[in-house]
Design a binder for this molecule. Sequence first.
Ligand code: MEV
Length: 289
Amino acid sequence: MVTWSAPGKVFLFGEHAVVYGKPGLAMAIKPRVFVTVRKNRHPTPAKSPYIDGCFKAMGVTGSVYVNSQMPSSSGLGSSAAVTVATLSAINDEFDLDRTREEIALTAYQIERAVQKGRASPTDTYVSTIGGMVLITGQSRRKIPPQNLNLVVGNTLVSHSTAKMVELVAEGQRKFPDVMNPVMEAMGALTLSAVRNLSNPRQLGQLMNINEALLEVLGVGHPTLSKLVIASRNAGAFGAKLTGAGGGGCMIALCPKHMKGRVAAAIDACDARAFITSIDTVGARKENDA
Ligand code: MEV
């Protein structure tokens, strides 16, 4: 029996634009999903299509126990983290010798199949290797880790990534001349952010611009806007939704001494805030209890 864990992630810049081949920047964060796998010839079927997909992809059978520090369906990549941790645990328990790159690729294929083709490799890749990653199409570049003071705000409004991606695609089909430049601008924002990673004030401003463009795409939500504005008023450098939008989570980049104040402002909007930072480890083996 072995236990592996994998982290969640936030999109700092470029969600949705990455689906159109533009650059996006994502970062692994501290909350993790823990998965224990044990060999078992006659397991009870898992309730999750992600976990079923993992056993099918690896060609073995076993039983699974999942323990998550993350809310599901909130845009923090919990399904990717479950998939990555399950594949890593299966790999270890059955001595299959897969590399991290292979685990990341298999996890992406499983997510894409479960989500009917609507997934970029971002969540699964970032969860596997940790740190900060610049995604452009199928290319992935690890960026030297930065210590960003982030507060995550969960609206508690559930959303569907597939629906939000479809909504953006509809806008794109209807008004390509308007939407293409918006996607271009989002890509440019990401590249500008990569050049300004050590300047949180500039980064915050870029986040605010990114938030406005996400609104243009139609993936905002009144509760997200409320949390974004509350965070800025409480002293954040900048704030934006993170992930697919339409609900789920937002992030605020804060001066170090303002994190508590920003989190309290989010909580006061009947939402759930937590302070987080970068996870540089990715998938890892846990000591057996
Ligand atoms: C969802 O977390 C981010 C999207 O860009 C979709 C994806 O990248 O798979 C909306």
